[in-house]
Ligand binder design. Structure first.
Ligand code: C5P
Length: 230
């Protein structure tokens, strides 16, 4: 086991989609299934890492051989991810974190009423956890050696999706960015996917397609080779 590529490494992976409450029974959510994050957790564990999965809503079970923290909202995911990231070698932000949450979730179920106007939902911005991880690392000594972001984007090479992803990599300041193309039926919830890995050095984008297990293995292999040997 000692010669496994991630032997002795501690890897934190966030997965699934956050749910932002509107009232006690309703939420704003997204189509993330958690499949890619779970596949990454399995691949990292198979590569010898100790894995902590921070799981928002997922349609699939978490692997049995990893530590799991369940969360619901972006704010909960932030708390759990920042705590789990203490001492981590690698953090992979595969979760679909809501960019916005309802400013003031109702304490009781919102009802239809003929005597009052229909509700208007005001949204406020959630903290960007990926950026916060990067900022904290820059401000303190240590921190994860490798921080990996995801970008789910619609579009293709012709519409400049690689250029856009490269700008996002710069903006977020992470070390690797995994781009996947999404649409209503593409990628989210599907078993297969197409990804492109971009890095800070501006190396040629590396594209992979296939099952989420296969693309997870490719991502984990790249993570393993990006870590300084020790
Ligand atoms: O900006 P965008 O949502 O496209 O960025 C996606 C990446 O940023 C993913 O890695 C996601 O997990 C992370 N993210 C985050 N906090 C947010 C929104 C996204 O960490 N509030």
């Amino acid at each position: 086991a000692r010669d496994l590529p991630l032997a002795g490494r501690y890897v934190v992976i966030t997965a699934g989609g956050t749910r932002e409450p509107l009232d006690p029974v309703r939420f704003l959510g997204n189509r993330s299934s958690g499949k890619q994050g779970v596949a990454l957790a399995r691949a990292a564990a198979a590569a010898g890492a100790r894995v902590h999965l921070v799981a928002a809503h997922m349609d699939v079970p978490a692997p049995g051989n990893v530590e799991v923290t369940r969360v619901e909202t972006a704010l909960e995911l932030r708390e759990a991810a920042l705590a789990a990231a203490e001492g981590a070698d690698v953090v992979i932000m595969a979760a679909a974190v809501a960019d916005f949450r309802p400013a003031q979730p109702a304490d009781a179920k919102i009802k239809k009423r003929d005597d009052v106007a229909d509700p208007v939902v005001v949204l406020v911005r959630n903290p960007d956890i990926l950026r916060e991880l990067v900022t904290r690392r820059a401000e303190h000594d240590g921190g994860p050696e490798l921080i990996v972001g995801f970008a789910a984007e619609t579009g293709d090479a012709e519409t400049g999706v690689f250029e856009y992803a490269r700008q996002k990599l710069e903006r977020k300041g992470c070390d690797l960015l995994v781009l996947n193309q999404v649409g209503k039926d593409l990628v989210f919830g599907q078993d297969s996917t197409a990804i492109t890995i971009l890095d800070r050095d501006g190396s040629a984008p590396a594209s992979f397609s296939g099952s989420k297990d296969a693309t997870a293995a490719a991502i984990i292999e790249r993570v393993g080779s990006a870590l300084k040997p020790r």
